[in-house]
Design a protein around this ligand. Structure first.
Ligand SMILES: [Zn+2]
Length: 277
């Protein structure tokens, strides 16, 4: 393996453009900024959706198996009934969560219109809905099953409720993007490069944006790739710098990325206004 001193920058075709980038930096075309890596291709929404649905079907199959175990219709005699129930519930949860991640990813590649807000919510939160379907029927059937013993009921309900909460939290889309948002952003940025950080929630047009810390690893790609990577909003610093007002900006994300500056501002404020209690 070659010595990894600096990340290599490749374009979408896989060509090494590090030298070109360095040259641009040297010439001042590109600002000297942090290391930059190329974003992965956007991916195929249809394939992701098929994967999500397949996983969700599997989740419901595991739920049915859990019910059958509790009702004594399925019995893997080599392990206790309680263990069988917990294993099937965990497999149920794993499929629910994995499916939801694929589904959310697909929605960021191929978003739905927000014209109908109910449809928009349901479509974006299918992961949450499937999660309810994957555990609530089991909980109801277990609680109403007169033959199940108290311990099975208690453990089953506790595990299923925890799974329901975990699956719900991971299935919910906290950062939904609409077809309108994406169209808007693509109309403004087109194939231009934008940048984002590993943990940041928005994308930037400048690789030396003031919200980046110095050593931060940046990813570069088109705005379409940024949205696919869950960076759905435009940095408000970059928006101000470029005088772009017709794209959704994310002040919240900026606050997070810029926590240090905020801390400094707060400190300065404390110096100015002595703590009055
Ligand atoms: Zn920025």
């Amino acid at each position: 393996m070659a010595e990894k001193k600096k990340p290599i920058i490749v374009n979408v075709e896989g060509e090494d453009i590090t030298a070109q980038h360095e040259k641009e930096k040297a010439e001042g075309i590109s600002q000297v900024g942090p290391p930059i890596q190329q974003a992965p291709p956007v991916g195929n929404a249809k394939g992701l959706r098929i994967g999500a649905v397949a996983l969700w079907v599997l989740a419901i199959i595991f739920e049915v198996l859990t019910v059958l175990v509790v009702f004594g219709k399925v019995n893997l005699s080599f392990m206790p009934q309680l263990t069988q129930m917990i294993i099937f519930l965990v497999l149920d949860l794993a499929c629910v969560v994995a499916g939801a991640q694929l589904w959310k990813k697909a929605n960021h590649i191929d978003p739905v219109s927000e014209a109908n807000s109910t449809k928009f919510w349901i479509w974006n939160n299918m992961g949450l809905i499937v999660c309810a379907l994957a555990f609530v029927p089991f909980i109801i059937l277990l609680l109403t099953n007169k033959n199940a013993d108290k311990k099975t009921k208690m453990v089953g309900v506790i595990v299923a409720v925890i799974a329901l909460l975990i699956g719900g939290l991971l299935g919910y889309d906290y950062n939904p993007v609409s077809a309108e948002d994406k169209q808007e952003a693509m109309a403004v940025f087109g194939e231009e490069d934008v940048y984002w950080t590993r943990f940041g929630k928005c994308y930037h047009t400048h690789d030396d944006c003031q919200s980046f810390s110095q050593s931060e690893q940046l990813t570069k790609g088109t705005v379409e790739q940024a949205i696919a990577a869950n960076r759905t909003k435009f940095c408000s610093f970059c928006a101000k710098r470029d005088d772009i007002t017709n794209v959704k900006t994310d002040d919240e994300a900026l606050n997070e990325e810029n926590a240090q500056d905020i801390q400094e501002a707060e400190d300065a404020l404390e110096d100015e206004v002595p703590a009055a209690k």
